[in-house]
Design a protein around this ligand. Sequence first.
Ligand code: ATP
Ligand code: MG
Length: 256
Amino acid sequence: MKLSSDKVTLAERHNKIVYDCGDTVVKVFNRAKPKADILNEALNLARAEQAGIRVPELVEVGKVGVSWAIATEKVNGKTLRQLLAEDPSQEDAILDRLITLELDVHAHSNRLLNRQKDKLTRMINGLGDTIDEAQRYELLQALDGMPNHTKLCHGDFVPSNIIVPDDNEAAPVIVDWAHATQGNGAADCAITYLHLVLGGEQDFADKYLRRYCERQGCTVAYVQSWMPIIAAAELERGRVHERDFLLSWIDVVDWS
Ligand SMILES: Nc1ncnc2c1ncn2[C@@H]1O[C@H](COP(=O)(O)OP(=O)(O)OP(=O)(O)O)[C@@H](O)[C@H]1O
Ligand SMILES: [Mg+2]
C-alpha cells in the first residue's frame, strides 16, 4: 500500500497513526501490534457491515513499508465528538443521537463475531499478578453469572467513532471496530461510560449512563454491576497511567 505524499495525520496513538489520504483513511500500526489483531479489526468491520450496520467501505489491508495497515474509504463529515466541541449547547441532542445509534447497533447481530464473554475471560486471565487470585476468581464468577446475549457490541462506542456525513440526509457511519464482539449491551454501555470517564468527562458520562438505561429499560445498577469486569479488561490493555483508578473500580463490589 502506498500513502499519498500530502497525507494529513488525524490521530497518533502509542501503537498506530491514522492518516487522511484524501479518498481514504489509513490506520498504520506499529510493529508491536500483533498482525492477528489487525486482521481481526478488518474482519470485525466486515462482520458489522454484514450485520447491516453502516461502516466505512474497507478498501485494503496490507503493508506500508514494514507496518501493517487498514485503509477505509474516507467519510466526509464530522464526528459526534467534533460536533459537540463546536456547539456544546447541543450536548443533549448529541447524546440522544449517540444512544439511538448504540441501541440500533445492539438490535443487530452477527453470530460469527467473537463472543464478548470469551474475550473478557481471556483479558481477566491475562492480568497475571496485577490482581490476586481471589479477585480474579470473583470477577470470573461475576462474569459467568451475567446473562448470555448475542447483540452486536462495538466495544468502544464513543462520540469520536461516529461520523455524521456532510450530506445530512446520509446515515451516520460507525468506525473503529477493533473491539467488536457479540454479547451483552449493558457491558458495551459500561465500556462507553468508562471511556468517557477516563477521557475526563464525568458529567457527560453520568448523563449518558442515566439516559441509556432509561431508553434501554434497564437499571443503572445493572450496568454498574459490569464495571469491575470492564475495568479489569481495560487494565489488561496496559493502561499504565490509569492503573490505580482502574484498580479502585475493580475493588468496588457493590456499586449501588
Ligand atoms: N473512514 C473514515 N472516514 C473519515 N474519518 C475517519 C475514518 N476512519 C477514521 N476516521 C477518523 O479518524 C479517527 C481515528 O480513527 P479510529 O477511531 O479508527 O482510530 P483510534 O485510534 O481508535 O482513534 P480514537 O482513539 O480517537 O478512537 C476517528 O475518530 C475519525 O475521526
Ligand atoms: Mg476511535
